[in-house]
Design a protein around this ligand. Structure first.
Ligand code: M6R
Length: 599
């Protein structure tokens, strides 16, 4: 998704903006640009492609300035090219903007502006904003931006500068923006990593707030011009936490961080066979739970359904957030809506949350990024404390989400005065260590991955609580290796997918011990009979498994309710190594964004 960094202060701005853009690369983008104020004029440099290309071009031009805005663009309106890249200028080239989000009434505004003589040069919706500000500009940038925003329908994380005013105006609606407060300098960014090297003091802008920023001070107002008092918050993440720490990719680092991230989500919440979390409403009164999320977070929601229904007997429905928000869902005051999101900024998940709130449901967020929009809008929340997840493919957030859901289910059970299973609690306590053991499989999986880099299709099969793990394994593979992969409940293959099976088709079975183990062995036989290549994730390589499986991955045995967390690890590693062997930039796969802040 697009990224913004802006700076006003005393430092040379070019290296600072480039450094910030590089930290935002993980969000996904296809072009990048900067605009600087130099001698009361604007200088814009934009490039299609990677930030390093932009950097080279800037280094050649030896530009010097202490005020500038910069942007990485992920195309929505108009193809990725230099003209469509941000920042965009008005007709007089005195005003520059960088925008994340979508101007929904862009066609109507474009017609209006063109009828007034504005020349719009790009195919983007964002350029309209520069022209709207120009339309209203009468020597006061703040006023002009406020008037422009009144006409915009849609979402924005926006920064605006004028060549003659020593300030930057920032505004936010449904697209995150933070202000970094320094000493004699200020930063604006769409995410913390972009500015963390320079300051840990940040202010989170809320929807429909405008910030007027110069190097020594800032003021924040609402769209009616009334001042808003904001707290400066301190970021707890260290720079080290968002660097690769010797790993080739963030994704691999994050897979290996799971013993720690899991310890963090459990820490302080499970102690002496008791669950200690705070929920700001009476959870015993909840009659039905709806969990909504997107992508990997939706897969953890599916596992959450098994956990909550089995431990609490409360019925649970799981819905894609993008579907929930538009299907006129039947929701009432006795329902609890749980939203799951690593970023806390996913547009569809946020919209689903707002929809349920309007209908009176209680809401609870399971989120990683502290202070993100979802965390501010839910009634109650459980933070994952997984640390920053930079790789586009979600790994450690997924396992932490599953543990958070288990803790929530155990908490509801405890509140209902039902006994907690001691073996499960013991396994939960040992989970970081069990994950460490499972990560010891990396070298074998790396070797195995080499056999598969040439294949074009994969099937992942699981049953019960491990069916969503099959979905997650398939998603990991397809998003970073571009190999087509499908996840299915193992018994479903007879109803169609079995037609695809031949000696070219690797089939991953999640076949760890549980009440369905025998049934899954029958499913393996069905695949074997059709010459499929079987990769079996098991707890024990029995004689039977030896006969059926071409490859085995032996993972430690844990309570069935914790098995998805262990079983997903070899699948994360398999996807990683196949993609890496194919030479793909695993952290930034094509067409994908880390945080999808548009619908
Ligand atoms: O930040 P969120 O958890 O709300 O993001 C949801 C999805 O966009 C995300 O899980 C996506 O599917 C990842 N690329 C999966 O690896």
């Amino acid at each position: 998704m697009c990224g913004i960094i802006a700076y006003i202060g005393n430092q040379e701005v070019v290296p600072l903006l480039i450094g910030g853009l590089k930290k935002l690369e993980y969000r996904g983008y296809d072009s990048a640009g900067v605009c600087l104020v130099i001698d009361h004029g604007l200088k814009t440099v934009k490039e299609k492609g990677k930030v390093v290309k932009l950097e080279k071009s800037l280094v050649k031009q030896k530009l010097s300035s202490t005020i500038g805005i910069a942007h990485t663009r992920w195309a929505t309106h108009g193809e990725p090219n230099q003209i469509n890249s941000h920042p965009h200028l008005d007709c007089s080239s005195k005003i520059a903007i960088a925008h994340n989000g979508i101007v929904e009434n862009y066609h109507a505004l474009k017609e209006l502006l063109e009828s007034e003589g504005h020349k719009i040069v790009s195919d983007t919706d964002s350029e309209i904003i520069a022209h709207l500000v120009e339309k209203f500009y009468q020597g006061d940038l703040e006023q002009a931006v406020t008037k422009a925003l009144e006409l915009i329908v849609g979402s924005y994380g926006l920064v605006v500068m004028h060549q003659d005013e020593e300030k930057i105006i920032a505004a936010r609606k449904s697209s995150p923006l933070i202000i970094g407060v320094g000493d004699g300098e200020m930063f604006i960014a769409s995410d913390v990593p972009a500015i963390l090297k320079h300051t840990k003091q940040v202010i989170y802008l809320q929807d429909e707030e405008i910030a007027i920023i110069n190097k020594d001070e800032y003021s924040i107002k609402n769209l009616n011009g009334q001042p808003v008092n904001k707290k400066i918050e301190e970021i707890k993440w260290s720079v080290d936490q968002i660097e690769k720490g010797g790993y080739k990719h963030f994704m691999l680092k994050e897979i290996f961080e799971q013993p720690t991230s899991i310890a963090n989500v459990i820490s302080g919440r499970v102690k002496d066979n008791q669950i200690k979390i705070t929920v700001n409403f009476d959870i015993k009164k909840v009659k039905r739970i709806i969990i909504t999320a997107c992508g990997t977070s939706w897969h953890s929601a599916l596992i959450g359904k098994y956990l909550i229904e089995q431990l609490t007997e409360i019925p649970v429905e799981v819905d894609y957030a993008s579907e929930f928000r538009y299907r006129q869902p039947v929701v009432n005051k006795e329902d609890l809506l749980i939203v799951i999101s690593q970023s806390g900024e996913t547009a569809d998940t946020l919209a689903a949350l707002r929809e349920a709130k309007l209908k009176g449901a209680k809401t609870l967020g399971i989120v990683n990024v502290v202070g993100s929009t979802i965390t501010r809008e839910v009634d109650s929340g459980i933070y994952l404390h997984a640390g920053p997840e930079i790789g586009v493919a979600s790994t450690k957030a997924f396992s932490s989400q599953v543990v958070a859901l288990l803790i929530l289910a155990l908490y509801i059970r405890q509140e209902k005065k039902q006994k907690l299973d001691e073996r499960l609690l013991k396994d939960l306590d040992n989970l970081p260590q069990t994950i460490k053991e499972t990560l010891g499989l990396d070298a074998d999986i790396k070797k195995m991955a080499k056999e598969f880099k040439g294949v074009t299709n994969f099937l992942y099969l699981g049953r019960g609580i491990n069916f969503p793990v099959a979905l997650e394994g398939a998603l990991k593979l397809k998003e970073i290796s571009y190999i087509h992969a499908e996840g299915y409940p193992a018994a479903e293959i007879k109803h169609g997918p079995i037609a695809l099976i031949d000696q070219e088709m690797p089939v991953v079975f999640i076949a760890t011990k549980n009440n369905l183990s025998e049934k899954i062995i029958s499913n393996m036989q069905e695949v074997k009979a059709r010459d499929g290549k079987i990769i079996a994730v098991v707890n024990e390589v029995t004689e039977e498994i030896k006969k059926l499986a071409d490859y085995t991955i032996e993972v430690p045995e844990v309570s069935n309710k914790l098995s998805p967390i262990i079983n997903v690890i070899p699948l994360q590693l398999l996807a990683y190594h196949i993609a890496n062997d194919k030479g793909i930039d695993v952290d930034k796969p094509k067409n994908l964004a880390k945080s999808v802040t548009v619908e």
